[in-house]
Design a protein. Structure first.
Length: 319
């Protein structure tokens, strides 16, 4: 039996996928646990050691443009809006995100997808010019040939975003894995009414930010032409079972609570498929180009291949 090395994040909606013994007759998924999912994203972008891997969508775009032999399916793994998640020192006066211009903002690295979304959303919704913000990073970029904009500064080796906050060098940073989740200073959201702003944004644009997509090595798609459709169907079935039991959970996680809340106005909080996510995927491609993470133009439908509508075995192409 063929065994496909598979790395997926610890998402509750994937319990049914993890329970599968075969994805196709004679083809099994060999699940591999990694300590930090961003490390798996980086490895998949650079050398493709896994057959199937969840991957940050911005890093996927960057790797694909550089010729990486991989193809993403429109199976978004995590959804959250990005008006929230950027925090300022409590009490710092910022009437609007546009006032970040001229300031320093801490982020793990420039290309992290959370920051790509936030820069794009703040530009569209508040008129922020991201090029007039200094983005202070603590980690090297995952693709070593990335030429960073002049307004990106790296902290000295060994220093963290939380250190820069503690010293007063910066007053604004991304929360969680995207920046200073370990900050010891009291922080608050840059957008005070983020939840309401996010609902208005969705109702106006249909854009529902994506964090994580499922990527396959092209060799796997060629060797097993039916695997993309089989994976898609298994992911859909597992998600449907998860959502059906979501309201009855006695101890819902933070993600569970977020999806229950978002479902009130987005409908399906975990939509799969290209048509279902077209506005979001197109926006992410645009933001990546505007922020100089990719250089060329491409159509989202050529980058995220929906096996329900694409020819059998179709591969992603940067065009």
């Amino acid at each position: 039996m063929a065994s496909l090395k598979t790395v997926l994040g610890p998402h509750a909606q994937l319990a049914g996928v993890r329970a599968q013994t075969e994805i196709l007759p004679g083809v099994a998924l060999e699940f591999i646990d990694v300590k930090r999912m961003p490390d798996a994203y980086r490895d998949m972008a650079r050398s493709q050691p896994y057959d199937i891997c969840e991957m940050a969508p911005t890093m996927y775009l960057m790797a694909l443009e550089r010729g990486a032999p991989i193809t993403a399916l429109p199976l978004p793994m995590t959804r959250r809006f990005r008006h929230s998640g950027l925090k300022k020192r409590k009490g710092l006066a910022l009437a609007t995100p546009r006032q970040l211009e001229g300031m320093k903002v801490g982020v793990r690295n420039y290309s992290v997808t959370a920051a790509v979304w936030t820069r794009g959303v703040y530009a569209d919704d508040y008129g922020l010019d991201p090029e007039r913000v200094t983005w202070v990073t603590e980690e090297a970029e995952n693709l070593e040939d990335l030429v960073l904009p002049a307004n990106v500064q790296r902290l000295a080796p060994g220093r963290r975003i939380s250190d820069a906050l503690a010293s007063g060098e910066i007053d604004v940073a991304f929360d969680g894995l995207a920046g200073a989740g370990d900050a010891q200073v009291e922080m608050e959201e840059v957008v005070a009414d983020a939840a309401a702003a996010e609902q208005r944004w969705f109702e106006r644009t249909g854009i529902y930010p994506i964090h994580g997509v499922i990527v396959l090595r092209n060799e796997v798609l060629t060797a097993h032409p039916g695997i993309a459709r089989a994976l898609f169907e298994q992911f859909v079935q597992a998600k449907q079972r998860y959502l059906a039991g979501l309201a009855a959970l006695s101890q819902p996680s933070g993600d569970d609570k977020r999806y229950l809340r978002l479902a009130r106005y987005v409908g399906d909080p975990l939509p799969y498929g290209f048509a279902e996510n077209a506005a979001s995927l197109q926006a992410l491609v645009r933001y990546a180009r505007e922020q100089q993470l990719v250089r060329g133009s491409a159509q989202a439908e050529n980058l995220f291949i929906d096996p329900r509508t694409a020819p059998l075995g179709q591969l992603a192409q940067w065009k």
